[in-house]
Each structure stands twice: as structure tokens, then as C-alpha cells.
Design a protein around this ligand. Structure first.
Ligand code: AMP
Length: 143
């Protein structure tokens, strides 16, 4: 299955913040939307970073709660690993494992068009395994 199909199923909404947004606001967004990461974009919509719950944990360990007054740029990862709609679920699984990340923004025509989380990848892998098992059961029952 390709990334384009996952986005058709789950939608293309991505929660974004600017690099100047306060960490307080970004943490509120992660909590209120029940999400693990927000993508950081500039005024033209270009991706300039990603901030995940792990960055919040790291900042808390380093700086207690003082980081909440700081801008997102002080805690985000600036070199963002992205994918395109043509990547497959297996490509993303390898990418997430190799890079030890759980979120990958999707870029199409230079624009942010979705976000794939590790949960999306695991769901598709489980669905595929279940379909395979059902096909095997059918084959045995009718064979
Ligand atoms: P995660 O596992 O996605 O919660 O993120 C773990 C660490 O990797 C955090 O420091 C994130 O800022 C960073 N990270 C998450 N996703 C990406 C990505 N697509 N590209 C680069 N860094 C990322």
C-alpha cells in the first residue's frame, strides 16, 4: 500500500505551528488534539521543523518547566525526514526504524500534504496480515 492510499483513508489534516510559537502553546496543542507531533512551517507553508512529545520530555529533563516560555525553535528538530505519496508502507517502516522516528510529513509538489505516524503504519501492516490469514483459511477450507 502507498502513502497516497493511507492519506485517502485517514485524511490530510496536519497540525502545524510556527517556529516562534511558544512551547506552552505547542504543548497545549499536543495535549488538546491528542497527537504526538506537530509540524513546524514558515509563513509560506514550507516545513522548517518537527516537534514531538519526545522533544518535550527531553526539554523537561534538561530545563524543568522553564522551556515552556521558549519558542518552538529551541526544542524542535530542524532537519526533517519527509516522504512522498509514492512511498510504500514498507518504505516508511524501514525509514522510521532506521531513523528512530514515529512521524513522517508527506510532501507533494513542495507542499505539506499529510503526516504518517507509526500508528498508521502498524495499522496497515496488521490489516494486511489479517487479510492474508483470512485468505489462507479460505484456501484451506475450500481446497
Ligand atoms: P518521535 O519518535 O517521532 O516522537 O520523535 C523522536 C525524535 O525525532 C524527536 O526529537 C523528533 O523531533 C524527531 N523527529 C520526529 N519525526 C521526525 C522527522 N520526520 N524528521 C526528523 N526528525 C524527526
Amino acid at each position: 500500500m502507498k502513502v497516497s492510499q493511507i492519506l485517502t483513508d485517514k485524511g490530510r489534516e496536519v497540525h502545524t505551528v510556527s517556529a516562534e510559537t511558544s512551547m506552552r502553546e505547542a504543548v497545549d496543542l499536543l495535549g488538546s488534539r491528542n497527537i504526538g507531533a506537530v509540524v513546524v512551517t514558515d509563513s509560506k507553508g514550507a516545513v522548517t521543523g518537527i516537534l514531538s512529545e519526545r522533544d518535550v520530555v527531553r526539554a523537561t529533563a534538561k530545563d524543568s518547566l522553564g522551556f515552556l516560555q521558549k519558542p518552538v525553535s529551541s526544542c524542535m528538530t530542524a532537519r526533517v525526514v519527509t516522504c512522498s505519496c509514492d512511498h510504500t508502507v514498507d518504505d516508511l517502516m524501514s525509514l522510521m526504524t532506521q531513523k528512530r522516528i514515529r512521524h513522517v510529513p508527506v510532501i507533494e509538489g513542495g507542499k505539506l500534504t499529510g503526516l504518517i505516524s507509526i500508528g498508521d503504519v502498524v495499522k496497515r501492516k496488521l490489516d494486511a496480515s489479517e487479510q492474508e490469514a483470512a485468505a489462507m483459511r479460505d484456501y484451506i477450507a475450500t481446497g
